[in-house]
Design a protein around this ligand. Structure first.
Ligand code: PLP
Length: 401
């Protein structure tokens, strides 16, 4: 975080950090917010300055447009603070934040372990691009323990990837145990921490590289795509920064500006959406049409004990599985009957979304069968009473099939 000129620093709370991070300080003369700095060419006073700048590729230095400018640096500081890491690389999408670390640590002949519940496009990347590079991939049961992970690691395993909870099926992983097994055998631990933003501090649980789709809660308004890769050591920073830069990754300063604006209010949005999500999840759990609710913060839900141990809260994305007597078609009728929920991918915005998941999830190490037709819900900032009334009404459509 840049120095705040307002006086002596003490340990501040999350809301204070989001309000004050990535800006010049309360006594700096000027507008509250940094303007957007657009640019490719950077000019230097003389040849010596220009030559000296080439050694600053790993710093927050203004050297050329692709290296980023003030808007990137401000967002980097903000995300590094949220994730509890030392340095952060911003890339153009969450998916790029997934692929860059895989490319940074894997080469021809290497092996990678990915959870069976990994984000779908990450799985496609592994099956196509990594495979084409000559990297072998094994998908593992996301609920694996330390001994199970130790048994899967081969001499050429360079990466153990984690994502907790898992996409669509919401398995909570024992990340510290997996990290212990990986580190004992020299593998890097990567984590897609998008669901757990703020509530899971990756570097306190053995993660080496933390991935965020900033597209979700940081941006928070469903209008920008952006990703971040955060590390906590100079060695990892070197690997990530040089790979991102070497592949030509870049994010627009306008998008960084919008993401920094989103971050200012993220704590209150996360809190409101957490509460609304749990209220809706509880209401659904007690409905006769529902087999189970896949929400790690719900007592009794799968993964709840690990969630309680490692997370300080939850976001508002979870799954609902209907009883097996309902058909997949009737779950589609349920989604179609919702009026406050959009039907679409992504999440973390201010608005509620619903997505049928049955038949859309790819699993090879575990069963894709959740016990009945499933729907993924993202709870937005609407009034909880209105959301529950909307769902109650849509359950009529489920029962009618
Ligand atoms: C959305 C998402 C991504 C990818 O983010 P994009 O910005 O849409 O590319 C990666 N991981 C998870 C878990 C996601 O939900």
């Amino acid at each position: 975080m840049p120095d705040d000129s307002s006086g002596p620093r003490r340990q501040t709370g999350f809301r204070t950090q989001l309000s004050h991070g990535g800006r010049a300080g309360t006594r700096a003369h000027g507008f509250v917010n940094l303007p957007v700095h657009r640019g490719s060419t950077v000019l230097f006073a003389n040849c010596a300055d220009r030559l000296a700048s080439s050694s600053r590729r790993f710093d927050q230095a203004l050297t050329y447009g692709t290296q980023g400018g003030p808007n990137h640096h401000a967002l980097e500081d903000m995300v590094a603070m949220i994730e509890g890491g030392s340095r952060c690389q911003i890339v153009g999408t969450g998916l790029a934040a997934v692929t860059v670390p895989l490319l940074a640590y894997l080469a021809n002949g290497d092996h990678a372990l990915l959870p069976d519940s990994v984000y779908g496009p990450a799985r496609s990347f592994a099956d196509t691009q990594l495979s084409r590079m000559g990297v072998s991939v094994t998908y593992y049961d996301p609920c694996i323990d330390e001994a199970g992970m130790a048994a899967l690691i081969q001499p050429n395993t360079k990466v153990v990837y984690t994502e907790s909870p898992g996409s669509h099926s919401f398995e909570v992983q024992d990340v510290p145990a997996i990290a212990r097994a990986a580190h004992a055998r020299g593998a890097k631990v990567l984590m897609d921490n998008t669901w757990g933003i703020h509530h899971f501090q990756p570097f306190q649980h053995g993660v080496d590289v933390s991935i965020q789709a900033l597209t979700k809660y940081v941006v928070g308004h469903s209008d920008v795509l952006l990703g971040s890769i955060t590390v906590n050591t100079a060695e990892d920073w070197h690997a990530i920064r040089s790979t991102a830069h070497g592949h030509g990754h870049f994010a627009s300063p306008d998008d960084c500006w919008l993401a920094l604006r989103g971050a200012r209010t993220m704590a209150v949005r996360l809190k409101a959406q957490e509460e609304a999500g749990i209220a809706v999840a509880r209401w659904l759990r007690d409905r006769p049409e529902v087999l189970k609710v896949l929400h790690p913060a719900l007592p009794g839900a799968p993964g709840h004990e690990l969630w309680k141990r490692d997370f300080t809260g939850a976001c508002s994305l979870f799954g609902v599985v209907f009883r097996p007597e309902y058909t997949v078609e009737s779950s589609h009728a349920f989604v179609d009957a919702l009026t406050l929920f959009g039907i679409g991918a992504s999440w973390g915005g201010y608005e509620s979304l619903a997505l049928p998941t049955t038949g859309n999830i790819n699993r090879t190490a575990t069963s894709p069968d959740l016990g009945g037709p499933a729907v993924r819900l993202h709870i937005g900032l609407e009034d909880v009473g209105d959301i529950i009334a909307d769902i109650e009404n849509a359950l009529d459509a489920l029962r009618r099939g």
